[in-house]
Design a protein around this ligand. Structure first.
Ligand code: SF4
Length: 457
């Protein structure tokens, strides 16, 4: 976890760097930030130069400094980590980005917009990365965002305690300073189509629409009140925190017993947010063992520190209403109107891990009392672009198919894609990594297209 450093602490930390001839830290950075060079500039007290070096590769350093899993990436590759005291690269990145913002450092001039015109649909990490990289290459870029505010998962998916909304807004402002235009409340499908964008003169279109449809469980009782998806819950909390919704609309009440199904990063975010919203008990239910959880180790540790319980090797079988729970407990009581409609428990199947590593039902079942179940079992793309645009093929799970040349182009010429809508939900920095390659593919495509047009004249 990155920590806030004073200027003296940051420079002293940077001075510990060995400036290795073969800097292994760089191998661990998905976007190949020039880590030794920015640390060297920082160690000399030249924060402006450090920011300039970071900005060559990253459009979102203040965000990456906070949410990248540095402990599994650059920091784990630092040679000093073997001696248990590796360089705190994430904290240094965060320090440099924050210093640059506070001092209005703008090392890269705004785009001239002369190289071509690109529409970017979606403003999550993929869309912002493509927009920033293309603006730096002097393309005119317009982002179309369906929500009232840009940021996608950065704003509505990652909770405030992990990533401040002010930091997201600030980083987006840095992109608009590069000349990127942002149009909000513009939803692909209802408000415009890909064909209309081409008619408006865009040379290429990038789809970074993410995976907005959460997966749910098709089990008995799914219609009961009290079952939420994690993405919906996290989004409602952001809106409630910003005063745009009443707190009651987050559908979680103070004193609730909450079960979160799933053990990825979104599950940890939902569980930790439920604690902060006043839940009495929060239990993560997962159908495999602790060894198989997919969240970052640091997120798991934080969740445990915050008192979240983990119930491994349980698979949900049915949501139970109040009447069913009373029957199970053998309680006789006058039924109320809500007894059939309100969630009161989750029936789970006990699972065993065999010596071969397989997970099998062991015949045992139990019920876990709860007032609210939050599902964090994955997401899939919405079909809004594909259903309104001819020629874009998807695989059997709805993920967009893209090509190697030009990198990231879909089966429709001039339409590119990357991020979760292509690869499935991943970390911010992995979405950035692919999107940087796609931005280069878009530049190649537009240059070639214009060259051909010139030759035909
Ligand atoms: Fe510095 Fe560690 Fe990278 Fe070496 S591996 S250059 S010590 S950050």
């Amino acid at each position: 976890m990155s920590r806030v450093l004073t200027t003296t602490e940051a420079i002293n930390e940077a001075r510990r760097c060995l400036n290795c001839a073969k800097p292994t830290c760089r191998n661990g950075c998905p976007i190949e930030n020039d880590i030794p060079q920015f640390i060297r500039a920082l160690s000399e007290g030249n924060v402006g130069n450090a920011y300039e070096i970071i900005s060559e590769h990253s459009n979102l350093p203040a965000i990456c400094g906070r949410v990248c899993p540095h402990e599994r990436q650059c920091e784990s590759h630092c040679v000093l980590t073997k001696n248990k005291h590796g360089i705190e690269i994430g904290s240094l990145e965060m320090f440099v980005a924050d210093f640059a913002h506070e001092n209005s450092l703008k090392p890269i001039p705004p785009s001239t917009g002369k190289r071509g015109k690109v529409a970017v649909i979606g403003s999550g990490p993929a869309g912002l990365t493509v927009a920033g990289d293309l603006a730096k290459m002097n393309f005119a870029v317009t982002i179309f965002e369906g929500q009232s505010e840009p940021g996608g998962v950065l704003l509505f998916g990652i909770p405030e305690f992990r990533l401040s909304k002010d930091v997201v807004r600030r980083e987006i402002t840095e992109l608009t300073d590069l000349g990127v235009e942002i149009k909000t409340n513009m939803l692909i499908g209802p408000d415009f189509t890909v064909d209309q964008l081409f008619d408006q003169g865009y040379d290429a279109i990038f789809m970074g629409t993410g995976t907005s449809l959460p997966r749910t469980l098709d089990i008995p009782g799914k219609e009961l009140t009290g079952i939420l998806t994690a993405t919906y819950f996290l989004r409602m909390v952001v809106l409630a925190d910003s005063g745009k919704l009443d707190n009651s609309e987050t559908l979680l009440h103070t004193g609730d017993n909450v079960i979160v199904v799933g053990a990825g990063n979104v599950a940890m975010d939902a569980a930790r947010t439920a604690v902060r919203r006043g839940a009495k008990n929060v239990t993560v239910v997962y159908h495999k063992t602790e060894a198989e959880i997919s969240c970052f180790p640091s997120e798991y540790e934080e969740a445990i520190k915050e008192g979240i319980n983990f119930n491994f090797l349980k698979k949900p079988l049915a949501y139970l209403n109040k009447k069913q729970i009373r029957a199970l407990k053998n309680i006789r009581q006058q039924p109320s109107e809500q007894d059939d409609t309100v969630l009161a428990g989750l029936l789970v199947q006990n699972i065993t891990k065999t010596a071969d590593g397989e997970f099998v039902a062991d015949g045992g079942q139990e019920y876990l009392p709860c007032d609210c179940v939050i599902l964090a079992i994955g997401q899939r793309p919405a079909a809004r672009i594909v259903s309104t645009t001819k020629g874009i093929e998807v695989d059997d799970k709805g993920f967009v198919i893209t090509k190697e040349r030009p990198y990231g182009m879909t089966t429709r010429a001039g339409v590119f894609s990357s991020g979760d809508v292509v690869h499935g939900p991943a970390t911010v920095v992995l979405a950035m990594k692919e999107s940087k390659k796609v931005a280069a593919g878009i530049a190649q495509y537009i240059d070639a297209k214009k060259l051909l047009e010139d030759c035909e004249q």
